[in-house]
Design a binder for this molecule. Structure first.
Ligand SMILES: [Zn+2]
Length: 412
């Protein structure tokens, strides 16, 4: 039976959201948390963008070191052979890619404005797939941007050409959030049946349907006999109204009425990391978690009205669909209300040793402590907010990797 896998695109769609960004260390921690959660792939960035190069290389080093295993780190780029060549020049050990090109008539007339027709789109895409294979790509997804406004016959033709050239997956992008669960089901099923490769669901929330469409699209792919790969972002952060929220997708796939009897998540997903990754992404992006967010919102397990409070105290299952413990929440959090020593871009060694001592990091000598402190200062310059404990631990444990993540050298 085909299965559902998760490709999280926070470090690509999330960071390209207007007014939001992440530092390279924050992006790295997201990759680490996604790996701990059992997510199949993290779309970890843009291999043709120069300020990403060192970050991408450093994360691929973490793969080799076994830190980012077994997750796949996938780069996103335009489906143009010259972009693929640039990507491999800047990030030679890239192994997983998604190659993207617009396929709809709207984009052909409205965006390409006569510069590309349907044949050109297919030619560009297969040229990019061939180049990626020749340069060492192990897995390739081909993205049909604006697929939900693309003629189905052309999408099938596009998918078949991708498959013929060795693509592993076809990403069905509902770029504008135009689908509903009924339409996406029909389309992804038709694509799975007629193209015969795994289908990715890339859904947006412009109509509030991103999670519902992802689940319906996955069902379509599986009913059509192929694996489904749902694209998510942490807290649903993404362009405009956002993407399908990672935690909500896992909850919907595993807890909704009867769904998991036939449609199962592949790999082993550890939902107990949900609270940690959601809180971290909220802090890193500077976007509060709405109180009514599924699973990790402040009110997700709060009860006030008499009948509900009484009912949940008698038996939580009376008014809760799942337990808060499953999401890794329920621990008491300590908030400092008195004296506080912070690590920042102007910190000195004594305060820094105090902070690191509190999280049980001991340095073998003063030199080592100074080196890590210097990296922490730079990390603060980049993130412009106090580092969380896991960032400090990461820098102390992998100072060489941290140095690469913090090295930005424009106009080289
Ligand atoms: Zn998107």
């Amino acid at each position: 039976m085909p299965k559902i896998y998760l490709i999280d695109v926070t470090n690509r769609d999330g960071v390209q959201t207007a007014k939001l960004s992440l530092s390279k260390i924050e992006k790295t921690l997201i990759n680490i948390y996604l790996n701990e959660m059992g997510v199949f792939q993290s779309e970890f960035g843009f291999p043709t963008t120069r300020h990403e190069s060192r970050y991408l290389q450093a994360n691929l080093e973490l793969v080799e070191m076994g830190v980012l295993q077994p997750i796949h780190l996938g780069g996103w780029l335009r489906a143009i052979a010259s972009d693929v060549e640039t990507a491999f020049k800047l990030v030679p050990n890239l192994r997983h890619l998604n190659l993207s090109i617009s396929t709809s008539q709207q984009m052909i007339t409205g965006k390409f404005q006569g510069r590309k027709n349907e044949d050109d789109i297919i030619n560009d895409m297969v040229g990019a797939v061939d180049a990626a294979r020749a340069l060492g790509a192990e897995t390739i997804g081909v993205n049909a941007e604006d697929a939900s406004r693309t003629d189905l016959d052309f999408l099938i033709k596009f998918g078949l050409a991708a498959k013929e050239h060795g693509a592993d997956r076809l990403r069905y992008c509902d770029t504008l959030g135009y689908d509903n669960p009924f339409t996406i089901y029909e389309t992804t099923r038709a694509l799975a049946e007629n193209v015969g490769i795994a289908i990715e669901q890339h859904c947006h929330g412009d109509l509030g349907l991103a999670v519902a469409n992802s689940i319906a699209g996955a069902k379509g792919a599986i009913d059509g006999g192929r694996d489904a790969y749902i694209n998510t972002t942490v807290n649903g952060i993404g362009e405009r109204a956002g993407n399908a929220d990672l935690v909500a997708v896992i909850l919907a796939a595993t807890k909704s009425k009867g769904f998991a009897e036939k449609y199962q998540l592949g790999g082993s997903i550890d939902l107990s990391k949900a609270w940690k990754i959601g809180k971290f992404a909220s802090y890193a992006f500077g976007v509060p978690i709405p109180m009514n967010q599924p699973g990790i919102g402040a009110n997700a397990f709060a009860h006030e009205s008499g009948i509900h409070a009484d009912g949940v105290l008698k038996d939580p299952e009376n008014y809760e669909l799942y337990g808060f413990e499953e999401l890794g929440r329920g621990d008491t959090e300590l908030v400092e209300t008195g004296r506080e020593i912070c690590a920042g871009e102007y910190s000195g060694i004594s305060g820094f040793r105090h902070i690191m001592g509190k999280i049980e990091v001991a340095f073998s000598n003063r030199e080592e402590a100074n080196e890590v402190l210097e990296l922490v200062r730079y990390a603060n310059v980049e993130s412009q907010k106090p580092l969380v404990e896991d960032e400090l631990l990461f820098i102390a444990e992998y100072p060489k990797i941290a140095k690469k993540l913090l090295t930005l050298a424009p106009l080289e």
